[in-house]
Design a protein around this ligand. Structure first.
Ligand code: UP6
Length: 274
């Protein structure tokens, strides 16, 4: 089969990377493979959403630069809620620059991403130097969060006309294979194993985070394209990322429970557990 049919618990035991192990452990413990895309404009809204939805999600995804009032209390509030509800944090920064610059953007700087985000993502348009640079920072002997940080390569995008396809996506896989110390997987619309050919290694277990998920809507007015939770999971996504489908619903808690159930059921079906 071209996508993982193993339970999260098994993958948690076998994975080489501590951050991937923790992701799978959290999913299994909470019976959730849902990531909320918390695209809020203020700290108050962000923390309120994290506290409300925390029990039902595996990961809280931020765009920390959307906040008009980012401060110490944003970062400490997020970290406290992550501990309270046992979720991980993914900063969807989409790093894309020369190595020297992304190191500064990741660590310290205005956004202090390395302090709060267990997972970040990067674009490899400029080659694998960006991955080497972020890996260097994550692995530095004096880095406070050593072994608690990892990254995903943005290997496909959900917008109409995306250029991240075909050979570009294939290149992302090659880079990921060479950087297993820091790269645990991809942001993609599906499992990427079909790109790898027959040699696709059994020792590889890339985690797939999938954006562009909505149970009721197909597109937005700016090129976004959606698939449903069960479509994403059945095509090999491990964690679905939902923004407006949950936070803009009349009742976000009811919505997150709906997404949690649909995508967990799809996971059980894919892994033959039901
Ligand atoms: N995102 C995408 N598509 C991509 C990459 N990232 O939608 O290819 C991000 C967006 C947003 C979230 O930046 O934070 O995922 C999707 O939000 P939505 O569910 O409200 O459309």
């Amino acid at each position: 089969s071209s996508k993982s049919t193993l339970p999260y618990a098994t993958r948690a035991k076998n994975h080489l990377h501590p951050v991937a192990r923790r992701l799978f452990d959290v999913a299994e413990a909470k019976k959730s493979n849902v990531i909320i895309s918390a695209d809020m404009g203020t700290t108050e809204e962000l923390l309120k959403l994290a506290d409300q939805l925390g029990p039902y999600i595996a990961v809280f995804k931020t765009h920390i630069d959307l906040l008009s009032d980012l401060s110490d209390s944003t970062i400490s509030g997020l970290k406290d809620l992550a501990a309270k509800h046992n979720f991980m944090i993914f900063e969807d920064r989409k790093f894309i620059d020369i190595g020297h610059t992304v190191q500064q953007q990741y660590h310290d700087g205005a956004l202090r991403i390395s302090e709060f985000a267990h997972v970040v993502n990067a674009s490899v348009l400029a080659g694998d130097g960006i991955i080497e640079a972020l890996e260097q920072t994550m692995a530095a002997p004096n880095f406070l969060y050593k072994d608690e940080r990892a990254m995903l390569i943005l290997s496909e995008m959900t917008t109409a006309g995306s250029l991240a396809t075909g050979d570009y996506t294939r290149f992302c896989i090659e880079i990921a294979k060479k950087h297993k110390k820091s790269v645990i997987g991809f942001v993609a619309t599906q499992a990427l194993t079909h790109f790898r050919g027959s040699e696709g290694g059994e020792d590889e277990d890339f985690v797939i985070f999938t954006t562009g998920v909505n149970a009721t809507t197909k597109v937005d007015s700016l090129g976004q394209q959606y698939q449903t939770p069960s479509s994403a999971i059945s095509r090999g996504s491990d964690f679905i990322i939902v923004g407006r489908g949950i936070y803009a619903a009349p009742n976000p808690v009811a919505a997150v429970k709906h997404y949690q159930k649909e995508s967990w059921d799809a996971y059980l079906a894919r892994t033959n557990q039901n």
